[in-house]
Write a protein that binds this ligand. Structure first.
Ligand code: 8IG
Length: 276
């Protein structure tokens, strides 16, 4: 149950408890890969077939109830076969964001739980705005690197973690082999819940950023710090502020995600066995 006291006092202990709850309830002792499905990605799991186990995330230790439309707040276990392998995937439908104001611990609890459940690879998906003017709505972009404009780390103390290969080059190469049209970009983490001003988007472009969103970065850092390999995939759902002159609406994000879900599901389903 939502034991947030433990989440804030000892986040890794909370992740171990949640991982054990998943193992006990699902009767699946360990998982191989985790996927966090952001806005617009949730129905991509239909490509994985039926879940062998499913729970509302809030029934597990440390998970908050969902807040954003398009995020269902469920966790499911799927078997994905291919390449002569049978992969156990732990899939989080929805995530917690910094803009919810609960701090960084709930934001990274899913990925910590996943690593404690055995996952060696963590796939982080999101919907984002395009700063790079060559990107089109509906396009998936591999995250090559990030710029944290929140400067919020999930780590505390004298833990100086190298982030040179945070978004695994090995995993990106496998994705590009699977789909040669995939491009790579630099993702900026913005706290939100407000979108950027046009001046802020110009600043980000000048800094070398291609994509902007309100997630993924703390999770990538937390997963990497625990030894998992990280793959980040952004679905472009809108041009960033000031690029087209149009205002930004969450509904267009949901609609663009819905339109791309089948394609994204097929991409993930085909490539997952090759990542491990
Ligand atoms: I979807 O344009 C989505 N998420 N910060 N800016 C920021 N986050 C986003 C955007 C965007 N689009």
């Amino acid at each position: 149950m939502t034991n947030t006291k433990l989440l804030y006092s000892d986040p890794l202990a909370a992740a171990i408890v949640a991982a054990n709850e998943i193992a006990d309830r699902s009767k699946i002792p360990a998982h191989d890969i985790a996927l966090v499905m952001g806005s617009g990605w949730v129905s991509a799991v239909d490509a994985f077939g039926a879940a062998e186990f499913e729970s509302n995330a809030e029934e597990l230790t440390g998970f908050l109830p969902p807040m954003v439309e398009g995020h269902s707040g469920k966790v499911g276990s799927y078997v994905i076969e291919g390449n002569g392998k049978k992969i156990r995937a732990l899939v989080f439908l929805g995530r917690t964001h910094l803009y919810e104001g609960k701090g960084v611990e709930p934001v990274v609890h899913s990925v910590r739980t996943a690593v404690m459940a055995g996952c060696k690879v963590v796939v982080l998906t999101n919907a984002c705005g395009a700063i790079n003017k060559t990107y089109k709505v509906g396009q998936a972009v591999l995250i090559r690197d990030h710029i944290s404009l929140t400067a919020v780390s999930p780590l505390s103390g004298a833990t100086f973690v190298d982030l040179t290969d945070l978004y695994s080059k090995r995993l990106r190469e496998i994705l590009k082999k699977e789909d040669a049209s995939l491009q790579e970009g630099v993702y900026v983490h913005w706290r939100g819940p407000t979108y950027e001003t046009p001046a802020e988007i110009l600043m980000m472009r000048t800094m070398g950023a291609d994509l902007v969103g309100m997630s993924t970065v703390p999770e990538a850092i937390a997963a990497h710090a625990l030894g998992a390999q990280v793959l980040g995939i952004s679905l472009v759902t809108n041009a960033a502020a000031g690029v087209t002159g149009q205002k930004l609406h969450h509904e267009e994000v949901i609609a663009a995600g819905r339109a791309a879900a089948d394609r994204m599901g097929a991409l993930l389903n085909g490539v997952i066995p090759k990542l491990l």
